[in-house]
Ligand binder design. Structure first.
Ligand code: KIV
Length: 254
């Protein structure tokens, strides 16, 4: 797709019905991202997401049998102990969860782990720039690539991830001009989030795009619909119909 100049489309999913809809819409990549922890499970940080959480949602996504490439996020702590632990957990994503590939956050520091997973036969998507799983150390969510040193590090990270065998790499919250330059020279396609139009593809968290995020709207996301408002109005109408005896009617009764 990159060679043909076609942008790669990616969104997150965590359930069967959303996966079906994303697939019917022709999405290229469906990510079962650890953002499901904060967007759907009520955790305050993605570091709380477990292998069990991801596997549970990944199985629902896989049951929809999408044509899209299903990528499973490796959650915090599932690949940090050793390459052996990372390979073991990546294999679970494929064997138990039905993933086509896994994604993990990290650059140069994680190259050995990426290499080991790829060697085991599992495609890996990298993730550099802002890495939400490193939030405790980083101390906040900040745009990356603001200083020369950061740009150099991003370049080293992207090259290391690609050399280790990753087939693509997410660039999260990287300054748009920096992301465009990195993408041009990158050995593998880049998938941007909050990183401008110069990446080879784009990913968003689906609940952000749908307006389903309790009023919080990341600047990088475009809200294509206010689904939260639409759902609330439907719930209110149903409650009113029940209270007034308008539901069920003769057609809904047996
Ligand atoms: O967990 C997630 O949804 C992600 C995307 C933001 C890339 O990692």
């Amino acid at each position: 797709m990159r060679r043909e100049g076609r942008k790669i489309t990616a969104l997150t999913a965590a359930d069967f019905i959303t996966t079906r809809l994303l697939d019917e819409a022709g999405m290229d990549i469906i990510l079962v991202g650890d953002s499901l922890g904060t967007t759907l499970l009520g955790y305050s940080k993605t570091v709380s997401v477990s292998m069990r959480d991801i596997l549970h949602h990944l199985k629902a996504v896989s049951r929809a049998k999408p044509l899209a490439l299903v990528v499973a996020d490796m959650p915090f702590g599932s690949y940090h102990e050793s390459a052996a632990q990372a390979v073991r957990n990546a294999c679970r994503m494929v064997r138990e969860g039905g993933a086509d590939a896994v994604k993990l956050e990290g650059g140069e520091n994680l190259a050995d782990v990426i290499r080991a997973i790829v060697r085991a036969g599992i495609p890996v998507m990298g993730h550099i720039g802002l890495m939400p799983q490193g939030i405790l150390k980083a101390g906040g969510y900040r745009v990356q690539g603001r200083s020369d040193a950061q740009v150099r590090q991003l370049r080293r990270d992207l090259n290391a991830v690609a050399r280790a065998g990753a087939f693509a790499c997410v660039l999260e919250y990287v300054k748009a001009d920096v992301a465009a330059k990195l993408s041009k020279k990158s050995p593998v396609p880049t998938i941007g989030i909050g990183s401008g139009a110069g990446c080879d593809g784009q990913i968003l968290v689906t609940t952000d795009l749908l307006g389903l995020n309790a009023g919080l709207s990341p600047r990088a996301a475009r809200r294509y619909v206010e689904l939260g408002e639409i759902m609330k109005r439907a719930f209110e109408r149903y409650a009113r119909d029940v209270q007034t005896g308008n539901f069920p009617g003769p057609k809904e009764s047996f």
